[in-house]
Write a protein that binds this ligand. Structure first.
Ligand code: ADP
Ligand code: MG
Length: 498
């Protein structure tokens, strides 16, 4: 068997539709067959019973006649002989009359006359003197064997008044009769043949029904597959609808939810791409303008040249910064598994970051202080948390008044460590607070650009915090200052890399 046909067979075996079909079909088939055998069996039982009861009654009457005409002693009675033959003919069988010495007195087949019969039933009947008739159905050979006792009744001659009038019964002999059941067998055969034709028809109907049911009932699943394939192929991104079952509705709902999510992701990606293009284009446009205006003039003085080239250099720096931020953001967008977790001294880390930012603070005459309440060691990604602190403190310096201050506070409890960045800057208006983490969002576009912002810093910071399963919060009063609070678990759920 080659591989593909193996898969095909496995596929058929796993198919819900095929299983459904097989179950429905087998249920129908089995009940049909059971019905067949039960009905025929009960017919046979009943027919055999009726026949045997009928024969027993007649045999009992015959046994009486035998006694009355003293047949056991003298078999010459024409009437009785005729009666015996008639009965044998009627039942298409054989009647044997046996006396109490187990001798055959008469056999309608005229074979066993004078022989001794030691059949168990006959012996039993005579020895125990049982008055009941015994019948046995031999299905294989197609006859019923009936043992009928020949009973003589005599009045009890006793003085006792209380028992007088009672009758004593003595078994004088036995009638051993076999009754042919051929007619029953013939009827059974006819019935069975008819039942078979009917069964074949019923089985065909069940087959069609099972096929129809398995196709119809599972059709909604096909519809879902088709709809999902349409979406996958890109023909449509409409939600799937349709009359369905509870079960398929759950699948459809889950799929539609997935579709909505994909749409949101797609929209935000598109927006991101257009924002990126726009942001990258701005410095290039400026450079083009600067370069063009330089070229347009002849005999440009050296100082003007210098000035323009400095501006072009600044635009290049901006472009570089945007690209760097974008790269940082893209790295951040990966899963939490992208973290390189080590055990880090957070106070030390913050000091290093602040040291790098001091020159900018000094330029604006801003006082930058660090206050740490205790030593903090945490399992974090050193580079990413530096980025967080860097961005927050950088913002606090950039969006500050001259002669302002920035305070960084570090603290920890048994579960988390906290970084607070408090500034005396111009604050963030209430309506902007919800948007500051969005990519490329700036409260005041022109001022931010002047200051050299890309609008990506806080998204980078927030992503890094979320990767650590931490939170970032902001509270701000316009013209008074802003406080960012970052809370990060001390231990990572990821294993230490080092
Ligand atoms: N400490 C702060 N004080 C006032 N405004 C702030 C502060 N931090 C961030 N913002 C506002 O949030 C915007 C988004 O910040 P960010 O994502 O870092 O971008 P940017 O590159 O402009 O700094 C900034 O443009 C600024 O308007
Ligand atoms: Mg920033």
């Amino acid at each position: 068997m080659d591989k593909t046909s193996g898969f095909k067979i496995r596929g058929i075996y796993k198919s819900l539709r095929v299983r459904f079909f097989v179950i429905v079909f087998l249920t129908g088939l089995i009940s049909c067959l059971v019905m067949h055998s039960v009905i025929l069996d009960s017919y046979e039982n009943r027919a055999v019973n009726v026949k045997s009861t009928e024969a027993q009654t007649q045999l009992r009457i015959l046994a009486n006649h035998l006694i009355v005409s003293n047949y056991l002693q003298d078999t010459s009675s024409e009437v009785i002989n005729a009666e015996l033959d008639m009965l044998a003919n009627l039942y298409d069988g054989r009647v044997i009359v046996i006396n109490d010495d187990l001798k055959v007195v008469k056999d309608t087949y005229n074979i066993s006359q004078g022989k001794t019969i030691i059949s168990e039933e006959v012996v039993n009947c005579l020895k125990t003197g049982s008055k009941g008739t015994v019948s046995k159905y031999d299905q294989a050979n197609g006859y019923i064997e009936i043992v009928t006792p020949i009973i003589e009744s005599e009045d009890i001659e006793e003085e006792d008044v209380s028992v007088s009038g009672k009758v004593s019964e003595v078994v004088r002999g036995v009638l051993l009769t076999s009754v042919s059941t051929e007619t029953i067998a013939v009827t059974l055969k006819i019935l069975s043949r008819r039942a078979q034709t009917l069964e074949i028809m019923i089985i065909l109907i069940i087959l069609l029904f099972a096929a129809w049911v398995s196709i119809m009932l599972l059709r909604p699943f096909d519809r879902i597959t088709t709809a999902i394939n349409d979406v996958k192929a890109g023909y449509t991104d409409e939600p799937i609808v349709g009359p369905n079952y509870l079960e398929t509705e759950q699948i459809i709902n889950a799929f539609n939810a997935l579709l909505r999510r994909m749409k949101v992701l797609d929209d935000s990606r598109q927006e991101f791409v257009s924002n990126v293009s726009h942001e990258l284009k701005t410095p290039i446009t400026s450079m083009k303008v600067l370069a063009d205006s330089l070229l347009a003039q002849e005999d440009v003085p050296n100082e003007v040249y210098r000035e323009f080239m400095t501006d072009i250099g600044a635009e290049i720096d901006r472009e570089d910064k945007i690209i760097n931020d974008l790269l940082a953001l893209v790295k951040m967008d990966k899963k939490a598994s992208g973290l390189t977790i080590t055990s880090v001294d957070v106070v030390n880390l913050t000091e290093i970051v602040l040291k790098r930012l001091r020159p900018i603070a000094r330029k604006h005459n801003i006082e930058l202080t660090l206050e740490s309440k205790r030593a903090i060691t945490a399992e974090i990604d050193e580079v990413k948390i530096s980025l967080v602190i860097m961005n927050l403190v950088e913002n606090a310096i950039k969006y500050n008044k001259d002669e302002g201050w920035v305070k960084v506070e570090l603290d920890a409890d048994h579960q988390f460590f906290y970084v607070k960045v408090i500034d005396s800057g111009y604050g963030i208006p209430e309506e902007s607070l919800d948007h500051i983490y969005e990519r490329f969002y700036r409260v005041d576009k022109s001022r931010s650009r002047e200051i050299g912002g890309t609008g990506l810093g806080l998204s980078i910071a927030r992503n890094a915090v979320l990767m650590h399963r931490g939170t970032i919060d902001v509270s701000s009063v316009v013209d008074e200052g802003t406080t960012f609070t970052v809370k990060i678990p001390l231990t990572s759920t990821l294993a230490l890399t080092k």
